[in-house]
Design a binder for this molecule. Sequence first.
Ligand code: HXC
Ligand code: NAP
Length: 290
Amino acid sequence: MSYTEGMLKEGALKGKNILVTGGGTGLGKSMGLYFLKLGANLVITSRKLEVLQETAQEMEKETGGKVLALACDVREIDQVEKMWKDAVDHFGQIHAVLNNAAGNFISPTERLSTNAFNTVLDIVLKGTSQVTLTAGKHWIKEKQKGTFLNIVTTYAWTGSGYVVPSAAAKAGVLAMTRSLAVEWAKYNIRSNAIAPGPFPTEGAWSRLLPGDLVKKFDPAKKVPVGRVGEHQELANLAAYLMSDFSAYVNGEVITIDGGEWLQGAGEFNNLDQIPQELWDMMEASRGKKG
Ligand code: HXC
Ligand code: NAP
């Protein structure tokens, strides 16, 4: 057994129709593919229809499952409502939503234009809230149960320089996740989040570590387990949180980062730079005194 393998049993998501925002690329694509393998039907949505259609074809070929590709800019409520209606008309019912679409780039904050700041806030916070509100209102009206899974980051609670609009927006998404977990539980709607550490994707890597930065700031070096994430291990966690096996998990954010954020947080964690010989010397000198 390995973390690169699927974890849930066959058919774990059978009968579920799952909508994935940002589902045509990167982590959304990997999580969606695993949902399909577990028996779900999929709606993938983002701005670029061609990318979505290519991904849908690829996924259907690989799994034999059903994938509907719908173009939608999550910043535009009219597009969100139309996308939701088309998804429901196609599959009859949507059981779960993976809010995964995001926009991000690195920049000193004082160099950002108002429009640049707002663009990231709008995709991440406004986009997620618009999809959530549209789906939630529908489920409540139709008395259907539902599941939200929101992709945040560990800097949603630590904050982070150079990605300030993203940090502010992801913090908002996390607050929304926890708030609705309580408020909408009475409607049988669960809300959870995942905070991934570094998982290589073209979208994130090209924007956050452009050019040679990826060599200079090798993300694996910041992770206590010594490596970046594998898409399958994230997909395993996401599939569990989407499935009925996690029925009692509500309002939780699960970090999957190999210990990365705690590495930066622990007061003495950088003492792993002390060589063994120095520890030996300190131990020996303690022995002499005692
Ligand atoms: C500063 C920038 C910029 C940059 C764009 N802008 N890129 N400012 N640095 N690198 C400014 C523009 O000049 C413009 O402001 C405003 O932002 C809007 O830019 P547009 O290109 O018109 O926006 P749009 O086409 O809507 O594209 C949105 C985007 C883009 C966010 C800028 O990168 C995108 O489409 N991203 C989607 C995918 C993505 O980002 N994936 C990564 C998620 S990774 P002005 O004032 O000039 O009009 C992630 C990981 C987190 O979140 C954790 C990792 C560990
Ligand atoms: P990605 O491939 O760039 O994914 C972002 C997706 O969002 C794209 O499919 C993009 O598609 C879509 N999107 C962007 N703007 C949109 C809009 N306005 N409306 C609708 N869809 C939009 O990057 P990723 O690494 O897989 O990121 C996926 C999620 O993981 C994000 O929430 C990100 O914050 C999170 N995350 C990633 C990492 C990592 O290391 N990779 C770490 C922590 C968190 P279009 O361009 O077609 O719209």
